[in-house]
Design a protein around this ligand. Structure first.
Ligand code: SAM
Length: 300
């Protein structure tokens, strides 16, 4: 083993020891129900931080700071970190862990319920005009898709997201039409952002270890979506309804979804767009979904 490898191993052991030491010293046990798989390996913390490409002007929203593995690095690199953690026990521990940093606020709450835009703006906006922020998180896997969809659906001021997610969720985010991975998440992500997979992450770098591989994804907000959508609420409603039951044809999926008044209306919108009622959501492009959503918007 070279000197460099030895020193890397030593620093890994130190950091791994720290999380486990912290947990033992505070009698803290990871809670499965909240998807608590803590990141141990500095190399992957670094990859996330590098992808976020922060500087001292930037504001970061972190969802699920846990024991602060990412939070500490974010606090070093960014102007301000606003973190939301559901577990009160961790919020208490974080007060000590993050005591050296005066640019971090930990909010005790559920990221699915808190108005994240308002939280960031109230913590970080200085002159009343909204600030742009980056979202950086090792997300709890049990709610990855709803949290990401929530951030995509709202036209909030996020610029970039760097997220650790399950590998299969990352694959869904970047999937092209036609395959089994393509769905509402792919469309929502690709409508709002340029998406790429930064790296694949093995289970061994977490404690406790998850059952699956993970991946770090980078979503860069396009600010101008690639297709014209008249009403985003209707667009997101259509893509979710089209994939709620994948095997259904568009006519049945949209006809029973509350998007349309009845199946005749669905038929009319699809005919106007030149799209067969018998097609399934997985065969449609982003442009076709935008056209369908705009068709329904004209009835709204
Ligand atoms: N960031 C830490 C790390 O990388 O080691 C912890 C990541 S762990 C995968 C997910 C974190 O999200 C946990 O701290 C968990 O308590 C928190 N969490 C779970 N559900 C949440 C929710 N609905 N809102 C906010 N935080 C949540």
């Amino acid at each position: 083993m070279t000197m460099a490898e030895k020193s890397q191993k030593k620093s890994q052991a130190k950091s791994q020891g720290k999380t486990k030491q912290l947990m033992a010293a505070s009698d803290f046990h990871a809670k499965k129900k909240w998807g608590q798989n803590f990141l141990l390996e500095p190399k992957f913390v670094e990859k996330i931080i590098d992808a976020a490409d922060l500087d001292k002007e930037q504001i970061v929203l972190e969802i699920g700071p846990g024991l602060g593995a990412l939070t500490r690095q974010l606090a070093e690199q960014a102007k301000k970190v606003v973190a939301v953690e559901i577990d009160g026990e961790l919020v208490t521990l974080l007060q000590d862990i993050l005591a050296p940093y005066d640019n971090v606020t930990v909010h005790h709450g559920d990221a699915m319920k808190v108005d994240l835009e308002q939280l960031v703006q109230s913590e970080a906006a200085e002159d009343g005009s909204p600030v742009y922020f980056s979202v950086v998180a090792n997300l709890p896997y049990y709610i990855t898709t709803p949290i990401v969809m929530r951030l995509l659906e709202q036209n909030w001021h996020w610029q970039k997201m760097v997220l650790m997610v399950q590998k299969e969720v990352a694959e869904r985010m970047v999937a092209p039409p036609g395959g089994k991975d393509y769905g509402a998440l792919s469309l929502g992500v690709q409508y709002r952002a340029k998406a790429s997979i930064v790296t694949i992450v093995p289970p061994t770098v977490f404690y406790p270890r998850p059952q699956v591989d993970s991946a770090v994804v980078l979503l860069e907000n396009r600010l101008e979506p690639p297709v014209a959508v008249d009403n985003e609420k209707i667009f997101f409603g259509v893509i979710k309804a089209a994939f709620a039951q994948r095997r259904k044809t568009l006519l049945n999926a949209l006809g029973n979804s509350g998007i349309a008044e009845d199946k005749e209306q669905v038929q009319q919108v699809l005919e106007d767009c030149g799209i067969s009622c018998q097609r399934r959501g997985e065969t449609l492009s982003l442009e076709e979904f935008a056209a369908i959503a705009n068709g329904f918007t004209s009835f709204a």
